[in-house]
Design a protein around this ligand. Structure first.
Ligand code: MG
Length: 320
């Protein structure tokens, strides 16, 4: 929802405070269309289902219907590359640098190391924007939630603030799904995600920022600052998302992140009906299959239904 609401404002200026964007509007795509943020989240969601031996389309758990589960990192890399090969027009520079190397035959580990070596300080928001499916898949197991949140970042965004940022967002979602108040959920998430000090200070001071101070750029620090500011200075899903996307610059991504957290806080029923009606996107790209809000709810339900227990094939005892 946040991705689609922010789509027409991407790279644009901050909206005046008396003209916040409250309705799905057309931009380079029709009104209500989601972008790469949600597309990569869907690729991640399908990866989570497949490694859990669930059919990604109908959620059935008949292991005879699919190939043996592989490691999540490999599965995610494969699905991200499949998406990259469809030629998405909305793709982050760093994500493209990594995925083009994997598409060229490198392992994801070699590709991401080479891309990060060229720009060691690169810490974009390309992994926090898509990380929420891990929180749904592991809503009952915070250790696996943290581990898989970090791993899915490492496939493209290994910078420590990106990795910790994903663990932070999903830890907050985890707490919010369990009914904890937003401020308390954020404070807890900062602790369990072991967020590095510079990013931690940005997140802790976010609620006291004025909207004019927020850069809302593609830097992971700016995105998390905006998202936490939106979550903690409003008291509804709608207002949190409206405030954040109206900051402009990289609003679809910050909108996706605050949408994940505010959605966990306030629930599906808090989504404005007009947004629910307007949401759409083709997935996989080029397939002709149009996803609507109920399809996103459907894959979310399938993620939540993944049983908490031992890793497939691991024989390890359950944490539960
Ligand atoms: Mg986008």
């Amino acid at each position: 929802m946040g991705d689609a609401l922010g789509m027409p404002l991407e790279f644009g200026p901050r909206q005046p405070a008396d003209r916040l964007v409250r309705e799905m509007q057309a931009g380079r795509l029709p009104a209500g269309t989601f972008t790469d943020d949600t597309e990569m989240a869907l690729a991640l969601a399908e990866s989570m289902l497949v490694v859990s031996r669930r059919d990604p389309v109908n959620g059935s758990a008949d292991p005879s219907t699919f190939t043996p589960a592989q490691a999540l990192g490999d599965e995610v890399a494969e699905r991200f590359v499949s998406w990259y090969r469809t030629g998405p027009d909305d793709i982050g520079n760093h994500t493209r640098a990594v995925l083009s190397r994997i598409a060229g035959g490198e392992t994801w580990q070699d590709a991401v190391e080479a891309a990060q070596r060229r720009r060691p300080e690169s810490a974009g928001n390309g992994s926090v924007m898509r990380c929420w499916p891990v929180a749904l898949a592991h809503w009952g197991d915070v250790d696996r939630l943290l581990a898989d949140s970090r791993l899915q970042s490492q496939v493209t965004h290994p910078h420590r603030e990106c990795v910790a940022g994903c663990a932070f967002v999903n830890a907050a979602v985890y707490r919010l799904l369990h009914g904890i108040e937003p401020a308390e959920a954020v404070g807890w998430a900062l602790e369990v995600a072991a967020v590095p000090q510079p990013l931690r200070l940005v997140i802790e001071s976010a609620p006291s920022r004025r909207r004019e101070e927020l850069q809302n750029s593609g830097w992971v620090r700016d995105t998390l600052e905006s998202a936490v500011w939106g979550l903690l200075t409003t008291d509804s899903f709608e207002e949190a998302v409206v405030q954040v996307v109206s900051l402009g610059n990289d609003p679809d991504t910050a909108g996706a992140v605050v949408g994940a957290m505010a959605g966990a806080a306030y629930g599906c029923e808090s989504i404005p009906a007009a947004w629910h009606e307007a949401l759409r996107g083709e997935w996989p790209p080029g397939s002709g299959r149009i996803w609507r809000a109920q399809d996103l709810a459907g894959i979310s339900d399938r993620l939540v239904e993944i049983p908490t227990g031992p890793e497939p094939n691991s024989g390890a005892p359950s944490n539960a």
